[in-house]
Design a protein around this ligand. Structure first.
Ligand code: HEM
Ligand code: HEM
Length: 556
């Protein structure tokens, strides 16, 4: 095969491998794979690189951490705790912090990397959601993502429980409360996890196995599958010049993308190292060992667990007593906040791509993604869900809020109970209107051009501002707009839509109704006026006529 277009190092390595493994072709093809570029594609990479930092720092920590609840007397170098009884786990976490060279840096880097890992993943997921990049053929990768997110939350929970200080004990106590509230299996699960009555002797070692072996193992497997699928299906691209659902425009994996990815890894590593060096996190020595009798004031979990904490704090103290005295108690005050928000959010995420496909009947493959404004209902649903999450999250710190805002703690709870229902609705409506406004703005720009800053005086004395067409790449980006498909307009059975019989019967009719609603208000880009009069440029039409003599905007 000619190596004319293949860089020398690839040609050399691939022929070496070809001679030995017959893998040269495979390498040539994959190293030249084209990657589209957009700043938002970096977000998934941040999650990936933080995970690598977690593996590296976590492995270091395992060399010194003792996952044991055996009672010991602390004799390390941190004077205020000397002579105090504590678990071997806490003593070893103190030893890592004060006596192991580089130990505190590793602990802090591990914790910062964990925060960045989950935050990166969440923002990455939002990018995928708001651009509709989860659509066919990427639904499976989306589902893997939902699994990754759930596991990451569990991994974080088991991680910050390990040091067994007062703060991690507060988290463990909540974990126990939730586990024991589960109907039928609750008591059994709690005894299994804690090895008997709370706090028992076993929970740290159980969490340790989960934290360093089981969950990271599954995470590693799923992340690999996630990457392989992304590779095989190719990455989506933003709408733009020459980009279609049948091509990929971008830079080759080798050398351009590889160099960039290497640099991003270094940046991520550098930022985590700087945070680990300069920003204190989880100073476990401040509050002392965990004793069930003490609860530290202002204890807050890591940010990704905040929404569950908020749900617990908001919930009224409801419970159902079954079969009177001696029967079982269903503690709704714990069960609902523990299961419902997580259930709504995770199930909602998992079914969304399939629900959308069912509602729109859109069975086509999508490789060019949407701009969020161009699918206003999807964007509004996303922002509404974020608001629901955000209210719960904020209320997870209602003690801090009441302190900072000088209002009573009860008031934060009452207001939170209203906001958790009302705020998502307001967010929905406002977002939907903003999206339509932005679509109209695009239509106005395509129809009338952008302000040029050039003022002209017409023969009859009127002053106008000349409008020019937008830059080519911006125009191509805007023209990539696709209307939200609706049933049965999405086509017929053969080209991806649904056959008419799918719309019969009550469910079919409901589907057609939902489809029409989800399709939303159509704002075509090319109607010349684009309803752009609303944007306050009263002179647009004159400008076009005055400057160009026809109804196209003039170019200067
Ligand atoms: C193979 C991968 C991992 C290993 C071997 C590992 C190991 C450890 C060990 C030994 C500790 C206790 C040390 C200490 O607290 O001083 C720990 C704590 C922790 N881990 Fe991991 N971990 C891994 C992955 C993760 C991941 C993926 C997350 C994030 C979601 C995570 C989040 C945490 C957190 C939040 C702590 C508490 C840190 C602190 O004490 O400030 N770990 N990890
Ligand atoms: C451990 C966590 C994760 C890692 C390391 C990860 C990594 C990545 C990377 C590097 C990409 C390609 C670049 C990019 O689009 O940003 C990607 C694509 C993708 N990810 Fe993730 N991701 C994670 C979690 C998630 C989650 C939570 C979701 C959704 C629920 C998700 C859904 C997707 C989808 C659908 C794609 C393909 C997008 C496209 O081609 O435009 N991922 N992921």
């Amino acid at each position: 095969m000619s190596t004319g277009t293949v860089p020398k190092p690839i040609a050399g390595t691939s022929s070496f491998l070809d001679d030995r493994l017959g893998a040269g072709n495979f390498m040539r093809r994959n190293l030249r794979k084209v990657f589209p570029d957009h700043w938002s594609f970096l977000l998934g990479e941040i999650a990936l690189y933080s995970f690598i930092v977690l593996l590296l720092t976590g492995t270091f920590l395992t060399f010194f951490f003792k996952p044991s609840m055996e009672h010991v007397i602390y004799e390390g170098s941190y004077a205020p705790l000397q002579g105090i009884g504590m678990s071997a786990a806490y003593a070893s976490a103190l030893e890592i912090s004060f006596d192991v060279r580089g130990g505190l840096l590793m602990r802090q880097m591990h914790h910062w990397a964990a925060l960045l890992f989950v935050a990166g993943m969440m923002v990455h997921m939002l990018r995928v959601f708001f651009t509709g990049a989860y659509r066919k053929p990427r639904e499976l990768n989306w589902l893997i993502g939902v699994g990754l997110l759930t596991l990451a939350l569990l991994e974080g929970l088991t991680g910050y429980s390990l040091p067994d200080d007062l703060l991690s004990g507060a988290g463990l106590r909540i974990t126990e409360g939730v586990a024991i509230s589960l109907p039928l299996v609750g008591t059994w699960i709690t005894f299994f996890l804690f090895g008997g009555e709370y706090p028992g002797e076993d929970v740290i070692s159980r969490f340790y196995s989960l934290h360093i072996l089981l969950i990271p193992g599954i995470l590693l497997g799923l992340i690999s599958a996630h990457m392989i699928l992304m590779w095989v299906q190719k990455h989506t691209q933003m709408p733009g010049k020459g980009r279609t659902n049948k091509n990929v425009v971008g830079a080759p994996f080798y050398p351009a993308f590889m160099a960039k990815a290497g640099a991003y890894f270094m940046f991520t590593f550098g930022v985590i190292a700087l945070l680990g060096t300069f920003a204190q996190i989880n100073p476990i020595w401040l509050f002392g060992p965990y004793t069930p009798a003490d609860i530290s004031a202002g204890s807050q979990p890591d940010f990704y667990m905040g929404f569950l904490e908020g749900a617990l704090r908001l919930m009224p103290s409801w419970e159902i007593n079954l079969f009177g005295q001696g029967g079982g108690t269903l503690p709704l005050s714990v069960l609902i906040p523990a299961l419902v928000p997580m259930g709504i959010i995770m199930t909602g995420l998992a079914v969304y791509p399939f629900a959308e496909r069912w509602i729109t009947g859109d069975n086509r493959e999508h490789h060019v993604v949407d701009r969020p404004r161009n699918n206003p209902h999807r964007t509004a649903i996303g922002i509404s869900a974020m608001t629901f999450y955000g209210v719960l999250w904020l209320l997870g710190a209602n003690d801090e809020l009441s302190w900072v805002l000088h209002v009573s703690l009860n008031w934060t709870t009452y207001v939170g109970r209203v906001l958790v229902f009302v705020a998502p609705v307001i967010a929905y409506v406002v977002t939907y209107r903003i999206c339509l406004g932005l679509q109209r703005k695009d239509a106005a720009i395509i129809g009338h051009g952008v302000e040029s800053g050039v003022i002209k005086r017409l023969p009859h004395g009127e002053y106008i501002e000349v409008h020019v067409p937008p830059a080519q790449d911006i125009e191509a980006h805007m023209r990539g707009k696709e209307a939200v498909p609706t049933l049965p307009g999405a086509g017929n059975g053969s080209d991806g839509g649904v056959p008419p019989k799918a719309l019969r019967g009550p469910i079919g009719r409901l589907r057609a109704k939902m489809s029409a609603a989800y399709g939303g208000e159509k704002i075509p880009l090319d109607d010349g006026h684009g309803d752009g009069h609303g944007d306050g440029h009263g002179h647009d039409d004159h400008a076009a006529v005055g400057a160009g003599g026809d109804d196209k905007p003039a170019v200067h």
